[in-house]
Structure formats: structure tokens, C-alpha cells
Design a protein around this ligand. Sequence first.
Ligand SMILES: *Cc1c(COP(=O)(O)O)cnc(C)c1O
Length: 380
Amino acid sequence: MPSSQTPFHSPDFYGGRLTIDLAAIAANWTVLNGKLDGGAECAAAIKADAYGVGQEQAGRALSGAGCRTFFVAVPTEAFDLRMSLPDAVIYVLDGLFPGTAEHFIQHDIRPVLGSLCELREWTGICKSAEKNLDAAVHVDTGIHRLGLSPAEFSAAMSDADLLGPFVPSLVMSHLACGSTPAHPMNRRQLDLFQEVTAPFPHIPRSLANSAGILMGPEYHFDLVRPGIALYGGKAIDSEPNAMKPVARVEARIMMVRDVPEGDTIGYGARQSATRRLRNAVVAAGYADGLLRRASSSDERPGGFAMIGGYRAPVLGCISMDMITLDVTDVPEELLKRGALVEMLGPSVAASDLAAYAETIDYEYLTSLGRRFERVYAPLI
Ligand SMILES: *Cc1c(COP(=O)(O)O)cnc(C)c1O
């Protein structure tokens, strides 16, 4: 990561800045943890570089808030996290990749065993070592991605020869429709999860992601695995987002120009000026993670930025390295060359922008900021 100490990485040299508020991540974890009654533990999903905000930094912040258990997607993420959090419990959601078991064991990383094959490989190692080695077992309750089928799970768990000394440290499943709590699939998955895990009361259980936490105590079991809500994202489509924003993206104005009525703006000439416009050309584009699908055209409005409390809609296509904003109604003094405009943050929600691009804030957050200056600081 470039450091702002070296002369070549002065803030002036970047097209934009990504500010990440670690205290907000910690505060969001504390809020979610506070929703759990009884003994449920609040873990954290920290995969995909902590949803784009920085795994190492987010890991330390969450650990400081009291989080002890972390879920990453792939082994590389786990080994990196182990270096910064030597005492954390770390699970790899994608499970056991072939040929990697010895490294899991060496670094005290737990795979979430997602198929009978993976389970057999792991229990084989436990049997040779004549001891239990910690790992979770994933049971599929309907999403049909990873996980043993309920029948496979029940059969495996009562097969002493297969298990040897292995006792799962966690049994988990994953909701397919958490973002829409009224979807009947949620209840079906909950009931099935209860049913298949009931014979094993000694094994801790986990079903809920962020949305599952918000859906209430029935979904909490022994451990919850929030991701998006920690990073300020929206877990449930139909409800207002109560989490603190974590990321702000600001991008630099390079110039402001007039567009005569009738002329077009940007690639493809897809947007024409319906009146004489003022157009700010800003130094951030899809190579920085701004979603190209948030482009605007005569047929369909795109995303927007905020400039000192004024809304500035995207004009035309989002290009690789720049965007153009309609600043016709923004006071000139806010439009100085070099000034930063807010593309995401406390006044522009990732979920709103994502909606313009027909995607979700998960995708928007994880794509952000490859080329921006990255700063860890409070947002407000
Ligand atoms: C990503 C993930 C989570 C976290 O989900 P959010 O919706 O971001 O809260 C939890 N469990 C599994 C299996 C995941 O893949």
C-alpha cells in the first residue's frame, strides 16, 4: 500500500481518496453484539479484504472491540489474518482446498468443511494424528452452494469410523434470502437447520449473517457471522440502514465547463443536455471501482455525487478514469479546481448508488479504491 510519507504519494497526486473509519466498524460490531441475548457470540466475516476496506486494519479494529472469531473466504486470507491476529479463531468459508490441510493445521486455521470429500480428508488426518483438529462442518439447508446435504450430514455424524476423534467445533449453514425477511425460504432453512442439528446439542451452531441477526433471536444460535453490516452496508432491503457509514470516497474536480443545450456528454453520446449545463469533470472512474452501470443516459438516470450538500447527478457514461457531473445548480465556490466531491459516504449511501447500477452495496464496496489514496480516519 502506498504511503503518504513518500513524496510520490502526496495526497495531491491522487484522483480520489478512500477514507475508512475503523472506529465505525468497531461501533457497528458492538451494536450487532448488543442484539444478541444469552450466550451467542458475535464473530465477523472479513473476507474479500474486509469487503474492500482492508483486512488487517478491520481485523485489528474488530479484535479491539471484542471480536474473537473471524471468517475469511480463502486460505490466503486466513494466513494473512493469522499474522496480524495471532490469537483469533479463524475459519475459511470456502473450506479445504486440496493439498492445503497441513498449512491449516500449522497456522491453527479452521476449514469450514463443505463436502463429504473435505470431511473425509480432514477426519483422515485426525485419525492419523490420533487427535481432534478443529474445523467447522457446513450443512446445506437449501442454498445449494457449499455444504453437506442434510442426509449426508446426519449419516456422517453418526458414523464413528468416519469421524474418528473428530468433533466439529461448529456446525453452520447459510441463508439464501436473508435480505428479504418475509421470504418463506428463511423459515424453511431455519426449521431444517434446527432439525438436522438437534441430535448434536454439544456442537455450537451458526446460521445468521448480518440479515439473520436482524431477523431476530431464533436465527442467532451460538454464533453469528455478520459481514456487510459491520462495513456500514445494508443487510435488509426493505428497512432503513441503522449502521454507521464506514467508507467515504471523494474524487477530484479537474475542470468545470459549459455544455450547450443539445450537445452530448461522454462516450457513446448517450446523454444530451436538455438545457445549457455546467459539467464538472472528476478524476475517478470504473478503474477506481465506480460502477460503470451507474452511468446516465437520456433513457435512464445514473448515480450522483454530493458537493457541499448539493446533489450532482452523473452525466453520460462513467469512463475508466473520469466521470462528468451535472453541477449546473451548485454554487461556483464549491467547484474549485482540485476540490474533492463525495461519491460515497455519510451523504451518499453505497446501497443507493448500487441501486442505480442494479447491483448491491456488497459489490460496490468490494470494488472500490484500487487507485485512490487510502486514509484511515473518522468520517465525521
Ligand atoms: C459472506 C458470508 C457471511 C456474511 O454475510 P453478510 O451478508 O455480509 O453479513 C456469512 N456467512 C457466509 C457463509 C458468508 O459467505
